[in-house]
Design a protein around this ligand. Structure first.
Ligand SMILES: [Zn+2]
Length: 80
């Protein structure tokens, strides 16, 4: 997958290729189609809200749930 990654506080995000995540049995993997960067992400970027590094901002997104785990009750669409 491609991700915009924060590696250092107050530095530009870097576009990187990351391995696709594994799908947990009771969860889903969401293929993100669009994402916003909000003020919480900005607080993380400027160091006011500490996050583990590297950090992928953009928790406000929409996308397609695929695949989903055997015991997950998810449908084909999700928001986060
Ligand atoms: Zn937010």
């Amino acid at each position: 997958m491609r991700a915009a990654v924060l590696r250092e506080i107050r530095q530009p995000l870097s576009l990187e290729e990351w391995p696709d995540p594994d799908c947990p049995t009771d969860g889903v993997v969401c293929r993100v189609l669009a994402s916003g960067i909000c003020r919480s992400d900005w607080h993380a970027w400027e160091g006011g809200d500490p996050v583990p590094m590297p950090h992928i901002p953009g928790h406000e997104y929409c996308g397609e749930s695929w695949p989903w785990g055997a015991t997950s009750r998810a449908g084909p669409w999700a928001t986060g």
